[in-house]
Each structure stands twice: as C-alpha cells, then as structure tokens.
Design a protein around this ligand. Structure first.
Ligand SMILES: [Mn+2]
Length: 321
C-alpha cells in the first residue's frame, strides 16, 4: 500500500490539508470529499474541502451541514483531489489553490484519468470514488456511521443504484461492509429524494418526454430542455437529469442523450448507454467532455440544431464500431 503510506506520512507532517472536488460536483464527489475528511479526522488530521459552488439541494441533504470553501489565499501543505479525472475539471479558483499545494495526491475511478498529481491512485472502472476510498483505507481507519453513510451514498448514486456494468461482486462486498454501519433505512432515503417527484419536477418531466427525438431507427434518443422550460416549470437544471437514464429503458435505444440549456446558447449534454459494446465517453471526448463508458457529459455552445447535428454524427460513429 505504497500510495497510502506516502500520503499518510505527508499528511502527518502537514500543517494544512485541502481536499478538492470537481466542477458541478455530484454525490460521489462530495461524499468522497466528506468521507475522506472524516477518515483523516479519525487519524487526527484536519482538512478543508473546496467546491466550485454550494452543492445542489439534492446533495446537501446528505452532507450533515458540512462546511465547504470556494476560495482561499492560503498555501496548503497537502492537496488531494477526489473523483477528478483531469485538472480542467477543477474550477479556476480551486485550480489556483491546488497548484500552490506543496504535495499533491489524486484519488479517482475514471478510466481517462490524467495522473496530474505528484502521487496518483486511480482504479479506472471501479463503481465510484467512494468505493476506491473504502478499499484504500480498509483496516487503516475505523468506520463510523457517518463515514459509512457518506461512502455508501456516493457508491449508490454513482453506480446507478447498482445498475451499471461497473458493478461487480467487489462492489456489493463493499456495499455490504458499509451497510453494517449505516442507518438500516438508508436505501429509503434515496427513494424519498429521487423516487417521489414534486409537481414542478413532474411538469419538466412531461416537457422532457414531449421533446424526445429519435435518430438511427430509434437507436439514439435525444431530449432537449431549454432554459425557458426550466423557468416556466419553476425547476432547476438538475431536476431534468433523470430523463437520460429513463430513455435507456426504451426498447431499441442504444444511446440516450439529454441536452439542457444552462446559460443562453450553452448546452449541458448527458450521455448514457446500457450497451456494453458502446463507450459514450468516446463521444464526450470529441467535444472536450469526459466521464465513464456508460455515463458521460459535455458542454456545447451556439445554435442547438447545429450542435445536435454534430452530436448525432459522432454518436452514429460510436454505434457503428
Ligand atoms: Mn464518480
């Protein structure tokens, strides 16, 4: 366990430690940061966590009022990124702080990780960064209920509720170990948060379904939500996120895509596939995006019809492989 030994000895000498999450952070990223912070605390090491902005409500529900930083002029002795494949996934303010850290570490599960830190621990293809942390620290830190719940939440959310191909017997073994320490009703929390819709979310869902266009004889399904759709329904962009996963369930669909307008003429694109022969991160990479084989994302700018054409063109190439 060379990486962990190196990191722990750097941490023991350090006077200040910073943990960095990626832009537009998800449950896995924030929960990895919080679990790592608590595990280090168990070892007597204090740390702070940097985020690009306050996490969304859906994530804050799971964070026990934890504190996050968005900027600092301080120079930290140790900087650790979690769930971050590439330095361009850090926001500008985080990147500034990270680049001044004296020793840097990178803990991740993305297959396209760029090994950008001085010390890198990457388990490409593992279900989640939370799972990476679990196995990395196993036996070194006593699991508490709080740590286990963070790790379980990140794992559960990043593996599509155990639906993605990243899930194997080791993932379940990890989940089983964690659940021993979690509240016995932990799974019902996810149902309450994600299984029941507010009426505003129902309205945006309706619009998302109405917007669906099929390409390549129904092998590519695309939903498009404009900024005005979100405003008129009283929703945030994250409220439309699930649609892309839903479209995967339609018979014949191999690649599902959701496009949501973020700012005027700036479109956030989510890609999903349940087909093991397709790698949607190849499509994302062609537009400077990234992610996993089954779930990836990217940003497009400009006219939506032109952007869509380019996206369908690249998706077709991936279908033909
Ligand atoms: Mn992740």
């Amino acid at each position: 366990m060379k990486f962990l030994d190196t990191m722990l000895s750097a941490l023991k000498e350090a006077k200040s430690v910073a943990i960095f999450t990626h832009k537009d952070s998800d449950h896995d990223c924030i929960c990895s940061g919080l679990a790592l912070q608590k595990m280090l605390q168990e070892l007597g090491i204090k740390s702070v966590i940097f985020v690009d902005k306050t996490p969304s409500e859906g994530i804050l529900r799971f964070t026990n009022n934890a504190k996050f930083l968005t900027e600092s002029d301080d120079v930290f002795d140790v900087g650790i990124t979690v769930d971050c494949a590439d330095l361009n996934r850090l926001c500008d303010k985080s990147l500034l702080v990270f680049s001044k850290c004296k020793k840097t570490f990178n803990i991740d599960h993305h297959q396209d990780n760029k090994f950008f830190a001085q010390f890198n621990y990457v388990k490409g293809g593992m279900s989640s960064c939370c799972e990476v942390l679990f196995w990395l620290f196993k036996g070194k830190v006593k699991l508490t209920k709080e740590i286990a719940e963070y790790l379980y939440t990140g794992l559960y959310m990043d593996c599509g509720s155990f639906n993605y191909s990243s899930v194997n017997s080791k993932t379940h073994l990890c989940a089983s170990n964690l659940m021993k320490y979690c509240d016995e009703n932990i799974n019902s929390r996810f149902f309450i948060c994600f299984g029941i819709s507010q009426s505003e979310v129902f309205s945006i869902t309706k619009r998302a379904f109405d917007s669906v266009r099929m390409f390549e004889n129904g092998q590519i399904a695309v939903s498009i939500l404009k900024k005005s759709d979100f405003e008129e329904c009283g929703c945030k962009r994250e409220d439309g996120k699930f649609i892309v996963s839903y479209l995967q369930n339609v018979k014949g669909v191999k690649i599902s895509i959701n496009i949501s307008e973020d700012k005027k003429n700036e479109w956030r694109v989510s890609l999903r596939t349940a087909d093991k022969n397709i790698n949607v991160s190849n499509i994302a990479h062609r537009f400077n995006g990234g992610g996993h084989k089954q779930a990836s994302g990217l940003t497009l700018k400009g006219d939506i019809e032109k952007a869509l054409k380019a996206l369908i063109y690249e998706s077709k190439k991936e279908l033909k492989k």
